[in-house]
Design a protein around this ligand. Structure first.
Ligand code: SF4
Length: 213
């Protein structure tokens, strides 16, 4: 029997905690999707396409969302019938890519208006706790990328424009070379539309500097 004197490992208990948060997030996703007349898989595809103006291939979408290609295809076809996405010829003229339509963007804007229960739970944390949680999540996501559990995300940590701890200002130590501006730890992005993946050597050096900072 588990007691305070004999707890399961911290790793196990953190996983239990994350799975409870995931339950609330799944429920949030159902509610937001239902309001938009979609299911959560369809809403996730719209969110994935947001900010990717050149579109994404079906396979790329499936990998990004960790779903099978047939399942992604079904959802994309349903979204296309609703007029929320469209298929276009990609930049290399050989592949077909999926892009958001103006109607798709409008659905995303209205579905983002509701403050979800997960966001309310984050609001209940103190500012320094929010920042610590954000940085811990960045570290976990980076590890998941390293072990190929998820594809490269559009995070500052993997971006060619990121210059960590370039400034002595403790409130804004980092620099984004895309907008040429300094920013703080709590402004670190998880999914930035301006992100451009750095090469592996640059990524490793950036991460090293970020960790040491
Ligand atoms: S472009 Fe976006 S991801 Fe890249 S460093 Fe700037 S804020 Fe971060």
């Amino acid at each position: 029997m588990e007691t305070p004197k004999n707890p399961t490992s911290v790793n196990h208990r953190i996983r239990e905690g994350l799975s409870r948060v995931a339950v609330a997030m799944r429920s949030d996703d159902w509610n937001r999707a239902k309001t938009a007349g979609l299911n959560p898989a369809q809403l996730s595809i719209l969110e994935t396409l947001e900010g990717r103006d050149v579109g994404m291939g079906v396979k790329e979408i499936a990998v990004h969302l960790s779903v099978s290609q047939p399942s992604a295809t079904d959802s994309i076809n349903a979204l296309e019938r609703k007029g929320l996405v469209e298929k276009r010829t990609g930049l290399d003229k050989r592949a077909v890519v999926v892009c958001l339509t103006a109607e798709g963007r409008a659905v995303l804007t209205s579905s983002a208006k509701t403050d979800t229960s997960a966001e309310q739970a984050v609001d209940a944390l103190a500012e320094h706790e929010q920042e610590e949680l954000l940085i811990s999540l960045v570290k976990m996501i980076r590890h998941l990328q390293d072990i190929d559990a998820i594809p490269i995300q559009r995070m500052c940590a993997s971006c060619r424009y990121f210059a960590p701890f370039k400034h002595t200002d403790a409130a804004k130590p980092h620099h984004c070379n895309f907008v040429d501006a300094s920013f703080g730890q709590r402004d670190i992005r998880i999914d930035c539309r301006e992100h451009e993946a750095a090469d592996p050597a640059f990524r490793a050096a950036t991460w090293d500097a970020f960790q040491k900072g």
